[in-house]
Design a protein around this ligand. Sequence first.
Ligand code: PGA
Length: 245
Amino acid sequence: MTAKKLIAANWKMNGSLALVEAVTQQLTSLSSSVDVLICPPATLLAHFPVSQHYSLGAQNLSEHSGGAYTGELSAALVIEAGASYVLVGHSERRQYFAETDELVCLKMQQAVSAGLTPVLCIGETLTERQQENTEQVIAKQLAAVYASHPELLAKSVIAYEPVWAIGTGESATPEQAQTTHAFIRRQLAQFDSAVAAKVRILYGGSVNAANCQALFTQADIDGALVGGASLKPAEFMQICQSAKE
Ligand code: PGA
């Protein structure tokens, strides 16, 4: 729905200084008609040169603002390292690190109050889809955030990532993705129609250079959250090029 697309890279626990260099090189020739966000491991954030070609994001943050929490990173720390965005509630965090909707809300609050834009990840598992519970799951994930702090969604990007499509090579079809994105926008409109019209909704789950174009032509798909393919600089660049206005 928004004019300019956002292509976000989620490197997960991958990458290296060499990849930072390769990706930043590739992106120097990118025009400003697409917004690019790179979410590398936090240790690499400060190694990215400041650039008008991309923004940086962390993949996670603590629900606390600071203190005795060994191993955790606060919003202030990732901002100082260069981040202006943060992924929150990625399905791998929900699945492997037991992140609940409640914890996701606390993290979003930390992010927004420190000035980071959260990328709120939502989506259903394969079982939930097979049981035709996709809309119910998504509605619950969004409602949890709205109920805790109604103003957070207006300051966020939403990433719809069906769990069955992440890292599997089996992307949702453009029609499946569009149907769910339209549902997400209708849900947001129930809270606030102005917010629904302006919030960017990204699709994630096995996006690559071959399937991105068909996804980007869908009315409610405002960009992509790219995992595996974002680790290949030339392919990631192709995806960004496909998203140009
Ligand atoms: P994938 O990952 O592109 O490798 O499926 C997407 C994500 O988890 O954000």
